[in-house]
Design a binder for this molecule. Structure first.
Ligand code: SF4
Ligand code: SF4
Length: 223
């Protein structure tokens, strides 16, 4: 009889992945998290990461940010002393909700010939997670990566968040593609232009004011 793949569930109070590496967040998430930070009175730093250039407005459009670990403690600024996420019930970044199911090897493609912006990726299951190491061998991990139906059953929340991660990113790129084809922007790689940074959410809102944070999200934050 085929062995049932055990359902994924975090170990209570683990918090290991919150102390290992910075977290990628989207521009709309920076807007949400800055409000959360203000309310909680804590400090979090969001560093611009991948950006592209708009030659029309002479700005760099930031598509992703990095939320750094606290340099003094090596922990995420939202990780409580009990190793629980203090923003779990407010707004948890989609990267965290998807973990250990992670889109990786993300490559942005700026297709100037077709005036199209898109990305390619691979899905992985991170073995830094102790539950993954305990429950799944390499063969099972491969099944979880390659078979969406199994993944939906074994790690439903993480699967859903991973889809949100990919969909949000695609929405940014699709909107910029539309603007590019309309001639409102002229996009190219950032090769060191000394131009100001603008987050992609604010940039898009200048041109499409009707687009709100909800457009990019599946989850309703409770600020
Ligand atoms: S995803 Fe894995 S590493 Fe992260 S808190 Fe849960 S059990 Fe720990
Ligand atoms: S936001 Fe929460 S889940 Fe994400 S790394 Fe920080 S403490 Fe962990």
């Amino acid at each position: 009889m085929a062995r049932e793949i055990p359902r994924f569930s975090c170990e209570p109070g683990c918090g290991y992945c919150c102390q290992v590496s910075p977290v990628t967040v989207f521009p709309h998430e920076v807007h949400i998290l800055n409000r959360v930070v203000e309310r909680l009175g804590i400090t979090a730093r969001f560093r611009p990461s991948y950006r592209i250039v708009d030659l029309v407005r002479r700005v760099k459009i930031v598509l992703t940010y990095i939320m750094d670990l606290n340099p003094a403690t090596g922990r995420c600024p939202f990780l409580g002393e009990d190793n629980l996420c203090i923003i779990h019930n407010r707004y948890k970044p989609v990267t965290c909700r998807a973990f250990p199911r992670v889109p990786r090897v993300i490559q942005y493609v700026i297709d100037r010939y077709n005036r199209r912006l898109y990305f390619t990726y691979e899905i992985g299951i991170s073995k830094i997670c102790p539950v993954v190491r305990k429950l799944y061998d390499d063969y099972t991990i491969r099944i979880l990566v390659e078979n969406p139906e199994v993944a939906k059953r074994v790690m439903p929340e993480e699967y859903r968040a991973c889809v949100e991660f990919l969909t949000s990113r695609a929405k940014y790129l699709e909107l910029l593609t539309v603007l590019w084809r309309e001639g409102q922007v002229e996009l190219t790689e950032d090769i060191g232009y000394p131009w100001p940074l603008v987050d992609a959410y604010s940039f898009i809102r200048q041109l499409y004011p009707e687009i709100t944070i909800w457009f990019f999200m599946d989850t309703q934050p409770r600020l």
